[in-house]
Design a protein around this ligand. Structure first.
Ligand SMILES: C[S@@+](CC[C@H](N)C(=O)[O-])C[C@H]1O[C@@H](n2cnc3c(N)ncnc32)[C@H](O)[C@@H]1O
Length: 256
């Protein structure tokens, strides 16, 4: 992942995800994110700023518990006795997004474990769009599904494959480089998409056949205040909102 850092006075018109970052003692900056350098380079030509590679590494080993259903750890750390029977997924922090610590990922993890609790089908099929480190697809595979994960960032796919091997889940989770707006979307019982609002809006019309087939959708990566157009378009296309979760300023929407 790369980031272009700009002064707040520059307001580029772009559909790439962006955020205003305030660090005490420094002037606030606008950050624009992209896995590919080329769109940031063209923005830099017109607006200036500085591009750097974003390393999404936590500084300390972490351990994340999703109810009694799943534990995510960054390494081989020893778990307390009461947690030793809970399925465990190891996600090594690398250059791809998705250690589980971010609110958008945590909401997806919470919803996907509940999906597996309720699902009566054996071996449900999962599609993870924008898989990053592979965390969501691998969590589904750990809970008994077959998962396909796509990302347009080559280094994320490499990372997801590495995490699949680390957890011995390569037979249940497959990853490939693909743009979610271009490649035909295969049938799935559950689609996870932790992306960003404008991309989710573009994705919705591509999911007509899935709605008819009874697929469930988990949309994440939506900031408070960005959900209205998504709710409006989803309703128009026949999706029923089942749940709306929030961690901090991040929302996750589940549709059926
Ligand atoms: C917010 S991260 C989510 C990672 C992980 N699924 C999670 O929940 O933690 C979004 C991912 O979507 C990928 N992405 C962005 N636009 C995409 C596109 N058009 N097609 C495929 N992947 C895309 C990014 O490279 C990034 O890895």
């Amino acid at each position: 992942m790369h980031v272009l850092e700009l002064d707040l006075s520059e307001k580029p018109s772009t559909s790439l995800p962006s955020a205003v970052v305030e660090i005490p003692g420094r002037a606030p900056k606008l950050q624009v994110y992209s896995p590919l350098l080329s769109p940031l380079r063209s923005l830099q030509k017109s607006h200036g700023g500085r591009i750097r590679k974003l390393h999404l590494r936590p500084s300390i080993p972490y351990q994340l518990r999703i109810g009694r259903k799943l534990i995510i750890t960054s390494g081989n750390q020893k778990l307390p006795k009461r947690d030793r029977s809970v399925p465990r997924l190891r996600i090594r922090a690398g250059p791809a997004f998705g250690t589980g610590e971010h609110g958008t990922t945590r909401l997806c993890l919470r919803y996907l474990t509940q999906f597996h609790d309720r699902c009566r089908k054996s071996n449900p099929q999962i599609l993870d769009l924008g898989c990053g480190s592979g965390i969501l697809a691998l969590a589904c595979a750990k809970l008994g599904s077959f998962a396909k994960g796509w990302d347009n960032d080559k280094s994320a796919v490499k990372e997801a494959l590495r995490n699949a091997r680390l957890n011995r889940l390569n037979h249940r989770a497959h990853f490939q480089q693909a743009d979610v707006l271009r490649k035909a979307l295969p049938p799935a019982d559950l689609i996870l998409a932790n992306l960003y609002d404008t991309l989710l809006l573009q994705l919705l019309p591509r999911l007509r056949a899935h709605r008819k087939a009874g697929t469930q959708l988990i949309f994440s990566g939506i900031l408070v205040g960005q959900e209205r157009p998504i709710l409006r378009d989803a309703k128009k296309l026949g999706w029923k909102l089942e749940r709306r979760g929030r961690i901090g300023r991040w929302l996750c929407l589940q549709f059926r």
